[in-house]
Design a protein around this ligand. Structure first.
Ligand code: CU
Length: 214
């Protein structure tokens, strides 16, 4: 926020200068610019929230990763898409862009270990740092890594977003994807039923990607 106020003040100085050149009164310009500064002061965002809400500034900080990415591979080693993660004040926004995935409904999870080799079993179970049960339909649920099913088009593509409020990209946070052994994204052959233990009876693991800091 300090930066935006500073920018507003700097803009006011420049604008005042050019207004004077253009023959307008400097006084008029100053009233208008004061309004800008007031508007910035009225904001209830904390400086930290403001920084995170602005992707342009997020990359300039050194307070931990705000973005991450996983490249998904099928069991034959072919790339089938990318999943990107962006920290927000309300959770992690996840965007998946897929291709060459079988059409239909698929379970889509964060798994507990950041490994997809020698096979996708290396990713372990669902990421569950709070030891919840599996599934949104279950009392005592759900795993932090549980997310809604995805629906892939007939042509094998999908672009979708989901906000996961139970995970974080921040070091040391409960639910961080960057714990000691990392995390992986998984797509299953069938849908998650949101209640079967321990993983929603979603079938085989058909795509896996290790979550990596950006
Ligand atoms: Cu899974």
């Amino acid at each position: 926020m300090f930066k935006s106020i500073t920018a507003a003040i700097a803009a006011s100085i420049i604008a005042a200068g050019s207004a004077a050149c253009a023959g307008q009164t400097v006084e008029d310009q100053t009233v208008e610019d004061n309004r800008e500064v007031d508007a910035a002061s009225d904001s209830t965002m904390t400086a930290d929230q403001a920084r995170r809400a602005d992707p342009g500034e997020t990359d300039m900080t050194d307070e931990g990763p705000a973005e991450a990415r996983a490249v998904l591979m099928d069991p034959d080693g072919n790339e089938v898409g990318t999943v990107s993660f962006t920290q927000t004040p309300n959770g992690v926004l996840i965007r998946a862009g897929l291709m060459n995935v079988p059409a239909g409904e698929h379970g889509f999870h964060i798994h507990e270990t950041g490994s997809c080799s020698p096979d996708f079993g290396a990713a372990g179970g669902h990421y569950a740092p709070r030891s919840n049960e599996h599934g949104a339909l279950v009392d005592g649920g759900m795993h932090a890594g549980d997310m809604p099913n995805i629906f892939v088009s007939e042509d094998g593509t999908l672009v979708t977003e989901v906000l996961n409020a139970n995970i974080s990209l921040e070091d040391g946070a409960t639910g961080t994807l960057f714990d000691d052994d990392g995390s992986a994204v998984m797509i299953h052959s069938g849908p998650d039923d949101y209640q079967s233990q321990p993983s929603g009876a979603a079938g085989d693991r058909i795509a896996c990607g290790v979550v990596e800091r950006m």
